[in-house]
Write a protein that binds this ligand. Sequence first.
Ligand code: FES
Ligand SMILES: [Fe+2]
Length: 421
Amino acid sequence: MMGFNERIVQDASRHQFLVPRRAFTDQGVFEREYRAIFDRCWLYLGHASELPQPGNFLTRRVARRPLLFTRDRSGEFHAMYNACPHRGAMVCRERRGKSPAFMCMYHGWTFGSDGHLMSLPGGSGYPEDFKNDPQKQMVHVPRLARRGDFFFVSFAEAGEDLDTYLADSGDYLDLVSQHSESGMAVVGGTQEYAVRGNWKLLAENSFDGYHAACTHSTYLEYLKSANGALGATPLAGTGYDLKNGHAVIEYSAPWGRPIASWVPLWGEEGKAEIDAIYAQLEARLGAERAKRLAAMNRNMVIFPNLVVNDIMAITIRTFYPTAPDYMEVNAWSLGPREESEWLKKYRSFNFTEFLGPGGFATPDDVEAIERCQQGYAASAGGGFNDISKGMVRADAPSFDDEMQMRAFWTEWDRRLAEAED
Ligand code: FES
Ligand SMILES: [Fe+2]
């Protein structure tokens, strides 16, 4: 077994936590990550609302594999490799839709939405029971599981179940679902973009409370001028380690939340609507949970690469590396089904204004990530990143400490060190 040289360096007595920059640039680390992390962990596939009816399907790439996610006639969900058992062509070439069957474009083998081989041209050229041969059916991913409406896959045949894996992050996923009485739904389609940076830079960035005041100063200034005194609500809160590499920051902030925190920009009419939503939340969830849900923002990373940010809008985001210095990002907006047109408008406005690829935040974050990646060339394979902020603190970590990143990196290090070569 070969050693693993890109270990993190922890020294509690000196309040120091260091990450080797090679972890972001090394080809060997990249390949090891696929074996140790992406081929073993539970990975986000999609949201139930994306397949609202029997017969709905979508195709998606998860950890380099093309997948077909379907709902069959009885409403059951399936996740299969999108590759023909005949000679391997992608069976479904559409992004999404509704169909009771999928015909491979190469030789016409046709499969049901549960993956079974329904028919094939020239059947007389094959033995009589050929169609029922288990080898000739579409292959299901080893494991598919859901937490509420969030679906996950694992490419490992065995391992801990999803709820055990999610540990304390499960309750935060449930909290997102509780925004709505009738269920949450993905609004619009998928945003796709790529970043010339290592994937772990985006994991770090997604729950980095430290960078907001600096990187996003333009947005914060804009909020202040749009919302007056209320726009000056400080960024303040706490970081929580959710175990197994997952972590979250929970904090107050100067922006409006569709569920349910009003800002002057939304006018008096908007205030009445937000007040009504808040009253419903209280009746449904109790005062404490309603207050937390409505007033606090949450940026969470579920290890290794599911981001759920419940901030001025809700975004779900995944990102996979195709090389040490390149990642492909998918992002979705989530909102309550029953939301009024007025609030939907503000939710979408908030989403594109801050989170969209052309908003106030994402381009700034992408710039920061790409500058980090470029900066690593200066260390020529050496050098360390410092993520020790807050280690001196005896009390709870502040939202702008770096405890979240330490939780992520500790799990990353554990998994890579344990993986067989
Ligand atoms: S590869 Fe699909 S039918 Fe031949
Ligand atoms: Fe950011």
